[in-house]
Design a protein around this ligand. Structure first.
Ligand code: PMP
Length: 355
């Protein structure tokens, strides 16, 4: 007789970035926003009627969907919300990618895609990035995939492929759903959102975790054709209808109510990123020209892992990935000016005499 353990669905889980307990750490390892969420969020939490929690939350998160509809000018029935864009993406894989045909994503990309593919037993192929880490557009234009998912800007490179190139991919693949994961789009790339009117197989996902400084609330959303969103909701409601709690729904709406604060913080991060590019260059690093809130830096003379360990010992956390094409790089989230200055002061001293 077989044991129960032989019947378990065994998977290799995604490894999230470290969340150190020590508050003194300069945390530049998980692409969080270094600034607080909009002040309206604090007010929404303070004014929240806790008795509401007695009841189940609105499964459709209608208040939040309505606020997203106003903010982005997209009808409510073309919007889907989830518990972080990880939830939105996982639901999308389940809904759109289970035909048994191979899906495609870049070889160097968000490391959750292959985890979901394995979890849901979805076969996949990866399309290698070009030597300069840009997306191989033609590699995605063969029109035979069972599904496509591409982050724009890509992670961990930060590179923006541009709307025209992405449209070419979408246009070449009417046979499957194409997901453009825009987790980092608010830091300077242009969104493909207007294309949902033209292509009913395009799903655009975004998140409150980065540009809206709400990683802790777990709010993600997607835009697509009515049909696409209906299919997605059907699967979500067949899985767990009440995914987003009542307080989070209020928090999300509050965050959207202050567009000036949002723009100001995004601009501060963009400016700091551009300053960081100059500083890293002075220190001898090279990196792809990121349009996100992180830089993917490489030093030609000092191993990334050594720099990573030295930084860590000095309470500065950045992200180092194993893997053939990426282990020579570090992904550094853009922090406040003070945090970045501490990083550069350390690197300057550390690299002296080493390069
Ligand atoms: N897509 C990409 C490319 C990401 O880097 C992340 C963040 N880890 C996500 C999606 C998921 O973000 P969240 O679930 O916090 O919305």
């Amino acid at each position: 007789m077989s044991t129960w353990e032989e019947k378990v669905h065994k998977v290799t889980p995604y490894t999230p970035g470290e969340q150190p307990k020590n508050a003194d750490v300069i945390k530049l390892n998980t692409n969080e926003n270094p600034y607080p969420p909009a002040p309206a969020v604090q007010k929404a939490i303070a004014g929240f009627d806790y008795e509401v929690l007695r009841k189940y939350p609105d499964p459709a998160a209608a208040g939040l969907v309505c606020a997203l509809s106003d903010t982005y000018g997209v009808p409510a029935d073309q919007i889907f919300v989830g518990v972080g864009s990880d939830d939105v993406l996982a639901m999308s894989f389940l809904t759109f990618f289970t035909s048994g045909e191979k899906i495609l994503f870049p070889d160097v990309t968000y490391s959750f895609y292959d985890v979901w593919a394995d979890e849901f037993r979805i076969p996949f192929d990866t399309v290698p990035l070009m030597p300069d880490f840009s997306i191989d557009i033609d590699g995605f234009c063969k029109g035979t995939a069972g599904g496509i998912v591409i982050p724009n800007p890509n992670a961990p490179t930060g590179l923006d492929a541009g709307v025209d190139a992405l449209e070419k991919i979408i246009r070449s693949n009417p046979q499957c759903v194409v997901i453009i994961d825009e987790a980092y789009v608010d830091f300077g790339a242009k969104s493909v959102l207007p294309l949902i009117e033209k292509y009913d197989n395009l799903l655009v996902t975004q998140t409150f975790s980065k540009s809206r400084a709400l990683a802790g609330s777990r709010i993600g959303f997607a835009f697509g054709s009515k049909k696409l969103i209906r299919y997605l909701n059907d699967v979500k409601y067949s899985f767990n209808s009440y995914t987003m709690d009542a307080l989070t729904q209020k928090v999300g709406s509050a965050a959207l109510s202050d567009p000036d604060y949002f723009k100001m913080r995004c601009l501060a991060i963009i400016n700091e990123r551009e300053r960081a590019k100059k500083k890293f260059t002075e220190l001898g690093f090279d990196f792809p020209d990121s349009k996100s809130n992180f830089l993917f830096v490489h030093h030609p003379k000092v191993a990334a892992e050594d720099i990573f360990k030295a930084l860590r010992e000095n309470n500065i956390f950045v992200r180092h990935f194993d893997g053939e094409r990426v282990h020579d790089h570090l992904r550094v989230t853009i922090g406040t000016k003070e945090q970045m200055n501490a990083l550069f002061d350390f690197l300057k001293k550390y690299l002296e005499g080493r390069d």
